[in-house]
Write a new protein. Structure first.
Length: 510
């Protein structure tokens, strides 16, 4: 059977598939795909697609990523030469990864893997059988060691990969966990299924994040003092030309919960920084889409003329392009004092548009290229929502930047900021005073120790200050009308405080 698996041959209604054989059949050193092939199984026709070893789907992938990949495949069954063995069934479609024939599956066992796919007894059904193969791993290890491939040789002995940098975090955490598959029956009407199964995040307990002083367990909640106001964010308003699927501030073309702030209103805060001799060095502009606000260019000019560094967040689409002449003038006058950070949610068009909507990719990429051609200081903001590892995502952006001719270092965490996904309903631990020592972190590491955000809430007479850029509507985080009033401590009384800032280590600026 091992010989048959290596060849990837068909025998009657049984298909023996392995990573090696399948990769050879599709010449897969990259994400190579063939057109779906139709095959009749007991009178029912299914469309099959073989994909190469480089793909973005893993057993732990988020549901919408799986459905997007399966829909885009145009097939009923995707058979992948994946790095790990797994099977996913979603909305009447299946993704089956055969796993590595020439490498252990990172499960702490020396065996290697192939798959037997057999037509089921019922019309239109399949049986996926992940098969572990024992072999003379000691001889193979010795040949690798003799070839000075020490890491590969060690993997064959331990059954654990020498590096899991390219694996999603759930797969990496599962290193050494034994795999015990059972035959999986698939038909078009089958219920959604994953093997191996990964535990999904629990729903946040309602008693958490209620008391600003005490956690649900009765411990003293952590607080963060404003050590120095290094960054002031100005929210230009929540109106946006896009309606993203998971926008942290729920911006849309109709959401005006935060009104356009005027240049005069923003100027009052810059004046306060000067009069109180505050140590602020950076002014950030965020939205919504800032370039929908007719005052944005004037606010940028005011901040830059006062020798602040300016960080402008934008999707680089039509609203920004209306101000090409004004932006070029600002860049010529102030150079590297102005940084344009463009939001590109994924390095592929399909997953970017899955989040940001159809026809959002090409205008954003074109805007990024225009900024690059005109020598703006550029950053990009991406997201870790696809389920891939951070290393894999950075590699993907690096390939994109090279392809479109944009000079950006994707390995630089400032030049390419990758934000974790934020789900306020998912369970996260509350941060207590004891957590600083346990986590070996300091309150000064958290964003609200050095920044505040000015917002203009709909119907309000004047702007107010929020402790956090992520919590624009939460009245618990409205900390004053002036910067002086907003200088008090902040209680970490929101799930984002834990997941995004303390545990995720993210910040809106560096």
């Amino acid at each position: 059977m091992a010989e048959a698996a290596r060849r990837g041959v068909q025998r009657e209604n049984i298909f023996l598939l392995s990573q090696e054989g399948l990769s050879a059949s599709v010449q897969a050193e990259a994400d190579v795909r063939l057109a779906p092939a139709r095959m009749s199984l007991n009178g029912c026709t299914m469309r099959f697609l073989a994909v190469g070893a480089a793909q973005r789907v893993f057993a732990s992938s988020p549901d919408r990523i799986i459905l997007s990949e399966l829909t885009a495949s145009g097939s009923d069954v995707v058979i992948a030469a994946g790095a790990l063995p797994f099977t996913l069934i979603a909305d009447g479609k299946a993704w089956h990864s055969c796993g590595p024939l020439a490498r252990p599956a990172n499960d702490g066992a020396t065996r290697v893997w192939c798959s037997i796919i057999e037509a089921g007894n019922e019309s239109g059904s399949l049986i996926f059988d992940h098969v572990a193969l024992e072999y003379d791993h000691k001889s193979a290890m010795q040949r690798l060691a003799d070839a000075d491939k020490k890491h590969e040789a060690q993997e064959l002995v331990t059954g654990r990969w020498s590096s899991t940098a390219l694996l999603p975090k759930d797969e990496a955490k599962a290193t050494g966990a034994a795999l015990s598959p059972e035959p999986i029956i698939f038909a078009k009407g089958a219920e959604n299924f994953r093997w191996p199964a990964f535990i999904k995040a629990k729903t946040l307990a309602p008693q958490k994040f209620n008391d600003p002083e005490i956690t649900a367990n009765g411990d003293r909640r952590a607080r963060v003092e404003l050590s120095s106001l290094r960054s002031l964010w100005i929210n230009t308003g929540t109106l946006c030309n896009l309606s993203c699927a998971n926008c942290y501030i729920e911006s849309t073309p109709r959401n005006d919960r935060l009104e356009y702030i005027t240049a005069r209103e923003a100027r009052a805060y810059l004046d306060e920084i000067a009069s109180d001799n505050l140590p602020t060095r950076e002014i950030g502009f965020t939205g919504g889409e800032p370039f929908l606000n007719p005052h944005t260019i004037e606010m940028m000019d005011d901040a830059l003329s006062r020798d602040f560094d300016v960080l402008m967040l934008t999707n680089a689409m039509k609203p920004m392009r209306r101000y090409e002449r004004e932006l070029i003038s600002l860049n010529q006058r102030f150079g590297s004092k102005l940084t344009m950070r463009v939001s590109i949610d994924h390095y592929t068009q399909r997953l970017h548009e899955l989040e940001r909507g159809p026809r959002s990719w090409l205008p954003t990429v074109d805007g990024l290229k225009w900024l690059s051609r005109n020598d703006f200081r550029l950053h990009v903001a991406g997201r870790l929502y696809s389920g891939e590892s951070e290393a894999a995502v950075r590699d993907g952006y690096d390939a994109l930047f090279r392809e479109i001719g944009v000079r950006l270092d994707a390995s630089d965490p400032v030049a390419l900021v990758l934000f974790p996904e934020m789900d306020a309903t998912a369970d996260v631990p509350e941060i207590t005073e004891a957590c600083w020592g346990i986590l070996a972190k300091s309150p000064s590491d958290v964003m609200c120790s050095t920044s505040r955000m000015v917002v203009k809430k709909k119907g309000a007479e004047r702007p107010s200050v929020q402790a956090c850029t992520l919590l624009a509507y939460d009245e618990r985080f409205e900390v004053g009308r002036t910067l002086q009033e907003a200088s008090g401590p902040v209680s970490l009384n929101h799930p984002h405080c834990a997941k995004f800032c303390v545990l995720g280590g993210a910040a809106c600026s560096k």
